[in-house]
Design a protein around this ligand. Structure first.
Ligand SMILES: Nc1ncnc2c1ncn2[C@@H]1O[C@H](COP(=O)(O)OP(=O)(O)O)[C@@H](O)[C@H]1O
Ligand SMILES: [Mg+2]
Length: 241
């Protein structure tokens, strides 16, 4: 299922943030979106998920134009979303959070808890723990697990690595690669952590001031990561501003 984004414009109120985003993601592909703070990464995902209105341009998934679909219908077309800083339900245990995701929400058949634990075996260790007592990495693992319960075709992940220690970021990357291989799921990985993006995606799009400035290979991303871990115009060639 191909995601096609053409000249997408959106923002907050009258303030435009995305000035014409264009890219294409092939079915089952993992694509990274990288860029510094404030460049529009979260705004892009919120617009794709229908949490912000599309002000111009077009967005389609598997040939279906979804720009005007309300947010609650987007999961039905096959989107799974982990928002930036997702905290889940602090008063529920991990098991209860997973069970809730199996009964609430539109979309196709829900996976059983056992299927989810096969994909995310580390969650078995914390099933009865309160979500609020999880570490950053454990919480992100739970958030991904909840997002894939309805077998989305495309998973949109916003800053999964934020506040997670490096060894656990590697674990998250391994899980995503495994998930991709077993579920044939497309993943849009939005992250400032270049090494993380490079370890899951073959290519990434650089977002700069609300536009995609260029594409960058995983190899080049790894090099940039080793050089200092930040996308800067000087290290990435020219941006169209
Ligand atoms: N709720 C909001 N209201 C108004 N402006 C916002 C809001 N959220 C983000 N912005 C602005 O939109 C721009 C892009 O933000 P964001 O998409 O969150 O960037 P990123 O995720 O790349 O760090 C920034 O200039 C930011 O200040
Ligand atoms: Mg963000």
């Amino acid at each position: 299922m191909t995601l096609v984004v053409e000249n997408l414009i959106s923002g907050y109120g009258a303030v435009p943030v995305l000035h014409g985003i264009t890219f294409r993601q092939e079915p089952g592909e993992i694509v990274g979106i990288v860029g510094n703070n404030g460049m529009g990464k979260t705004t892009l995902l919120k617009t794709l998920m229908g949490l912000l209105a599309t002000k111009g341009g077009s967005t389609s998934f598997h040939g279906t134009d979804f720009a005007n679909l309300p947010a609650h219908r987007r999961s039905r077309i096959g989107f799974g979303y982990v928002p930036q800083g997702a905290s889940g339900f602090p008063n529920l245990s991990v098991l209860e959070s997973l069970q809730l995701a199996t009964v609430v929400g539109p979309g196709g058949r829900a996976k059983g808890i056992d299927e989810i634990l096969e994909l995310f075996p580390e969650l078995s260790k914390y099933l009865n723990r309160s979500s609020s007592a999880l570490s950053g990495g454990e919480r992100q693992m739970l958030s991904i697990a909840r997002a894939v319960i309805r077998s989305p075709k495309l998973l949109l992940l916003d800053e999964l690595s934020e506040g997670v220690q490096p060894s656990i970021v590697e674990k998250l990357a391994e899980r995503l690669v495994h998930l991709h291989a077993t579920e044939n799921i497309g993943i849009l990985v939005v992250d400032q952590e270049l090494g993380f993006v490079a370890s899951v995606a073959k290519r990434a799009l650089v977002i700069h001031k609300g536009r995609i400035s260029h594409e960058i290979s995983a190899e080049r991303l790894s090099d940039l990561d080793l050089l200092g871990g930040s996308i800067r115009s000087s290290s990435c060639g020219s941006f169209s501003t």
